[in-house]
Ligand binder design. Structure first.
Ligand SMILES: [Zn+2]
Length: 260
């Protein structure tokens, strides 16, 4: 009897050992194993025998800006444009400043940001501002890509805008980085968008102080200026801090109006 009992317990021990050696579910929290992504070897280079379609070459940027860009308002009044949002940290505050100053602006929105913050887009439209398509993902080279890719990007962005605000008007397109080509202007036109450039760029994206942003705008704003500012794409505290005085100055010197 004792002998059989000993055998049975030995058999049980073997079963336990086997199960513990990999028969069960692996524990994801094992401290010795690195996260799966870190353990992955780098992507192997494609073998020469595999048919890899060549990446389409980017068309060169023209030396001069192409024809057909809006660079001034067409009146003596100036227009404000805010790019790269909507951004939850900065767009609401910019909207507050515009509301306090009783002016409207044009927001050049990035599709991916719209997808993340549709409520902000709704607020932009509700408060009477205009919309401008600024591409899906702020692709600086978009205008240099094949026309089919340009069109797909612009269509996708407008679709996302209209998912947030059905029937939203998107009268403008602005190429990221201002790196325009005649092709992107043409595609935008086919999609009923006019290509919106600018005439005053205080380079707020490079994070100068608020005083510098204000000074640069004041110095270069002429009647009919289109002023480029940013409410997204990074810390916009200096732009925001410049807004109140900057807008008051433009209102006093020229008047601020929406683009027509
Ligand atoms: Zn931009």
């Amino acid at each position: 009897m004792r002998h059989r009992a000993l055998l049975a317990s030995l058999a049980g021990l073997v079963v336990l050992l086997v199960a513990g050696c990999g028969g069960g579910t692996p524990t994801p929290t094992a401290p010795s194993s690195p996260p799966p992504s870190a353990a992955l070897p780098p992507e192997p280079a494609p073998s020469p025998t595999r048919a890899v379609p060549p990446k389409p070459r980017l068309r060169p940027l023209p030396v001069k800006l192409p024809a057909g860009l809006i660079r001034t308002t067409g009146t003596d009044k100036v227009a404000l444009t805010f790019d790269d949002g909507p951004d939850p940290a900065w767009t609401p505050k910019v909207l507050d400043r515009l509301k306090a100053a009783k002016v409207t602006a044009t927001f050049c929105v990035v599709g991916r940001q719209v997808r993340k913050h549709p409520g902000l887009l709704r607020r932009i439209v509700r408060e009477g501002h205009q919309l401008c398509n600024h591409s899906w993902n702020h692709d600086l080279d978009l205008a240099r890509r094949p026309v089919s890719e340009i069109r797909a990007d612009l269509v996708r962005t407008n679709r996302e805008i209209r998912r947030a605000v059905p029937d939203a008007k998107v009268p403008f397109y602005r190429q990221p980085g201002g790196r325009w080509t005649a092709e992107v202007v043409k595609v935008a036109k086919q999609l009923d968008m006019r290509s919106l450039h600018w005439s005053v760029d205080p380079q707020d994206w490079a994070k100068p102080t608020a005083a510098t942003i204000e000074k640069r705008v004041k110095r270069s704003a002429r009647p009919g200026a289109v002023v480029l500012l940013h409410d997204g794409g990074g810390n916009r505290s200096a732009t925001l801090a410049a807004c109140t005085k900057l807008i008051a100055g433009l209102k006093r010197d020229h008047g601020v109006a929406r683009l027509t």
